[in-house]
Design a protein around this ligand. Structure first.
Ligand SMILES: C[S@@+](CC[C@H](N)C(=O)[O-])C[C@H]1O[C@@H](n2cnc3c(N)ncnc32)[C@H](O)[C@@H]1O
Length: 238
């Protein structure tokens, strides 16, 4: 599906068609913190933890505080974890409920977080600033006509040689809707699943993909988050 022929007004109309996927829906979702939901805990992604352990994401040194950006940060579970590792973390989420929760989490963990309650597309993201950009569960909620712009946003945010850590739905985790069906129904159906080939196509032209694998199910009590219906990808800015 190609949207390059559409002007701003046409794109705005497509956005409006997908309003059910935007912040009010997420505010309603986050309003009930007791909801049984894997990403409502405090556990960070097993992938982020593992890549820091094996050095593929360099740990901040004693003197350097690299900047990290968490797109669609939710309750801040990955953002707080990265701040605890020594990153200067900026979190962006358009849900006021999510941002309030992330703020509480940061205060409870006694780590600084810079939080913006805004769409990722409108966020004040300085070009080339971030050593690490993280997206756990945001990309699969991005509408098809915004996809290329989102890839560009991540690419622009990364510092030279910076790393991008993505967690997103595999086909079995997503709604099963094609891009065409998204617009027929005016909904992403709870998030789009991607094949490996699709992820390589969308991200591989902008970034060097270092690893793309199924997310692991961590051992009980590990304090880590992982679900087998998700991909994890680590990529480097060219
Ligand atoms: C599946 S949740 C994941 C939250 C968090 N990253 C985590 O893993 O716990 C997706 C998050 O992305 C946010 N989100 C989706 N689209 C967004 C957009 N265009 N701008 C900002 N936030 C967005 C939602 O509000 C929600 O908090």
């Amino acid at each position: 599906m190609n949207f390059e022929h559409l002007d701003t007004a046409a794109l705005a109309a497509l956005d409006a068609q997908l309003t059910r996927e935007t912040s009010p829906r997420w505010d309603g979702f986050y309003a009930d913190r007791a909801r049984p939901c894997g990403f409502f805990g405090t556990a960070p992604d097993e992938s982020l933890h593992g890549w820091l352990e094996d050095g593929r994401i360099p740990r901040p040194g004693a003197t350097a505080t690299p900047a990290a950006l968490d797109l669609g940060c939710g309750n801040g579970r990955n953002a707080v974890f990265l701040a605890q590792q020594g990153f200067a973390v900026t979190g962006v989420d358009f849900s006021a409920q999510a941002v309030a929760w992330a703020q509480e989490r940061a205060a409870a963990a006694d780590v600084p977080l810079t939080l913006h309650q805004i769409s990722v597309f409108d966020a004040p993201v300085a070009t080339g600033r971030f050593a690490l950009v993280v997206d756990s569960g945001c990309f699969h909620h991005i509408a098809p006509h915004r996809r290329a712009g989102y890839v560009q946003l991540v690419d622009h945010a990364l510092a030279p040689g910076g790393l991008f850590a993505l967690t997103c739905f595999r086909p079995e985790g997503g709604s099963g809707l094609s891009d065409e069906q998204v617009y027929e129904r005016g909904s992403l159906g709870g998030g789009l699943g991607y094949t490996e080939a699709e992820l390589r196509q969308h991200w591989g032209h902008a970034l060097n993909i270092l690893e793309l694998r199924q997310m692991q199910t961590p051992a009980a009590g590990s304090g880590l988050f992982g679900e087998p219906f998700l991909w994890v990808m680590l990529a480097r800015k060219r």
